[in-house]
Ligand binder design. Structure first.
Ligand code: FES
Length: 167
């Protein structure tokens, strides 16, 4: 007697049962993980708490109004440069600090060291205000894109001539 169809049927049922059991046991964990992802939004820049301290004695250009640097500080933004601009002296908001990662598609923002000129992204030629980081000229590939540069929160300690920024 040929029992091949029975064996095939048995194997198909076994596979179906194994798959059903697996799904039944994994589904709750899978869906609760999805809920977790949905409930944990990516923190905005103002919510970020990692910090880095800059000794301004190492950057004499930042002691003068209009002075600016674009420099990697290691860990922050995986080593991509941070742009720091000295815009005032003796106020509560003496600096502008930006990520040099273009908010459009991640190109590198080039620091324009002359006060009053704009930052440039050479990827699609967008321009950002030197002090405020506002988007002045959108990327040539997306004229409706108006996001500003990502501005970093900071604290200034004039007595120690240090700057702490958050990333
Ligand atoms: S990546 Fe900067 S303008 Fe597109």
């Amino acid at each position: 007697m040929d029992n091949k169809p029975d064996r095939r049927e048995f194997i198909e049922k076994a596979i179906f049962l194994a798959g059903s059991t697996f799904c039944a046991s994994c589904a709750p964990a899978f869906f609760s993980a999805c809920e977790y992802i949905q409930e944990k939004p990516i923190p905005t820049m103002t919510e970020r708490t990692r910090e880095h301290i800059v000794d301004l004695n190492s950057f004499p250009e930042l002691n003068e109004i209009g002075g600016a640097i674009s420099k990697s500080f290691g860990k922050p933004f995986a080593g991509r440069p941070i742009i720091i601009i000295r815009k005032e002296k003796g106020t509560e908001d003496d600096f502008s600090i930006f990520s040099s990662i273009c908010p459009h598609q991640g190109g590198e923002i080039i620091l324009n060291e002359e006060l009053g000129k704009n930052h440039w992204c050479l990827e699609h030629y967008s321009e950002y205000d030197f002090i405020s980081g506002e988007n002045l000229v959108p990327p040539d590939s997306e004229p409706d894109f108006k996001d500003p540069l990502v501005k970093l929160k900071y604290e200034h300690y004039p007595e120690e001539n240090k700057l702490k920024f958050y990333y």
